[in-house]
Design a binder for this molecule. Structure first.
Ligand SMILES: *Cc1c(COP(=O)(O)O)cnc(C)c1O
Length: 360
């Protein structure tokens, strides 16, 4: 392939669109006649201010984010949000978390340091292979929010219907599905995503928060962990991750040019179906997530044994397919097929798996 690149199925940091990388490459030494690269310029410069403002404008357009929501760029990755969310949103002191796998589990554990956290539903009984029924959660007048991980990167499950949060608000970790399909932002109080899964390089999260949920009574919360500081300063209270913001801006423009998120979703469905259809017909492999909870982005699958899994991973690697090893906590294989994975990559992977199966 071009530049000796491989089909990269990494769960994150992950594949980025080649045209975006090429554009970034062309601007590395001299961005837009500024005489310097984005890595070298002051975050207070006019040039960077424009990059920041334009990226937020493009994201707002792309996701159709209503005016009463604020976009924040915050460092610390997805993990910092596990702490920031309870620190900023627990007011009466209780929240309901839905336990659907590794990432919601980590968020739940962290939130317990800050308040009374109730597990509203769980799929632990079946190894986190499905999304539990969330139509009647134990929400009380003291529930400040309901928390979900909308796409579990490791377990490969995704909500096809959002929980009924009654009078509460919904908080969603969309890290591994961010911009993979249209989202009705108004259904949420807060959406966030670490960008290194489906958008850009590592080192930043995008938080989209309903503006009235940003509080000004959090005097004991450390500065950097207070959403208000980031909101009041347009994500520039301190030096932001300028490089990540610039790269994300490029990806937003690229997705807009592709035709927007509905187009992106149709493409993602097509790609995922190619792999799922093969897995459903295969005698060697089996997808681990239940059909009605399947992720479009992260597809875990396995053979009958760990030894055979390891052998398949080795064979795929030799054939030029990288990062198909499942997360160490669950084993097996996993293909992450984010927006930037071309359909040819999925087709080639299926051909490779078919070949392996034929020769077993
Ligand atoms: C990767 C991931 C995180 C954690 O992101 P970091 O940036 O590594 O802290 C959180 N949630 C989900 C769903 C993820 O996939």
């Amino acid at each position: 392939m071009k530049y000796g690149r491989v089909y990269n199925f990494s769960a994150g940091p992950a594949i980025m669109p080649l045209p975006v990388l090429e554009e970034i490459q062309s601007e590395v030494l001299n961005y837009n006649n500024s005489g310097m690269s984005v890595m070298e310029m002051s975050h207070r410069s006019t040039v960077f201010s424009e990059i920041l403002a334009e990226s937020k404008k493009d994201l707002r357009e792309l996701m159709n984010i209503p005016d009463n929501y604020t976009i924040l760029y915050i460092q610390g990755g997805g993990t910092l949000q596990f702490s920031m969310i309870p620190m900023n949103l627990l007011k009466k002191g209780e929240a309901v978390y839905i336990d659907t796998g590794s990432w919601s589990g980590k968020a739940l554990k962290e939130a317990k340091k800050f308040g009374k956290i109730i597990t509203g539903a769980s799929s632990a009984d079946k190894n986190y292979t499905y999304i539990p029924d969330c139509s009647d959660l134990p929400i009380t007048p003291n529930t400040d929010y309901v928390y979900i991980c909308e796409n579990e990167t490791i377990n490969g499950v995704k909500y096809n219907k959002l929980p009924n949060v009654k009078n509460s608000i919904l908080v969603s970790d969309q890290s591994s599905m961010f911009l993979s399909e249209p989202t009705d932002v108004a259904s949420y109080g807060l959406i966030y995503g670490g960008i290194q899964k489906n958008v850009g390089p590592a080192g930043m999260s995008i938080v989209i928060i309903r503006t009235d949920l940003i509080r000004d009574d959090l005097n004991n919360v450390p500065l950097y962990l207070n959403y208000k500081i980031h909101a009041d300063n347009d994500s520039m209270y301190n030096t932001p991750n300028c490089w990540a913001i610039y790269c994300c801006g490029k990806v937003f423009k690229y997705l807009k040019k592709l035709g927007g998120l509905e187009k992106v979703k149709q493409n993602n469905i097509k790609k995922a179906n190619i792999l799922y259809e093969y897995l459903d017909s295969s005698k060697l492999f089996k997808g681990t997530a239940e059909k009605n909870s399947r992720s479009l982005m992260n597809i875990p699958f396995r053979t009958e044994s760990d030894e055979l899994d390891a052998k398949v991973i080795k064979l795929t690697k030799e054939a030029g397919f990288e990062n198909l090893k499942g997360h160490k906590s669950v084993g097996g294989l996993r293909a992450s097929i984010y927006n930037a994975m071309p359909i040819e990559g999925v087709e080639a992977l299926v051909d490779c798996l078919k070949n392996i199966e034929k020769n077993m």
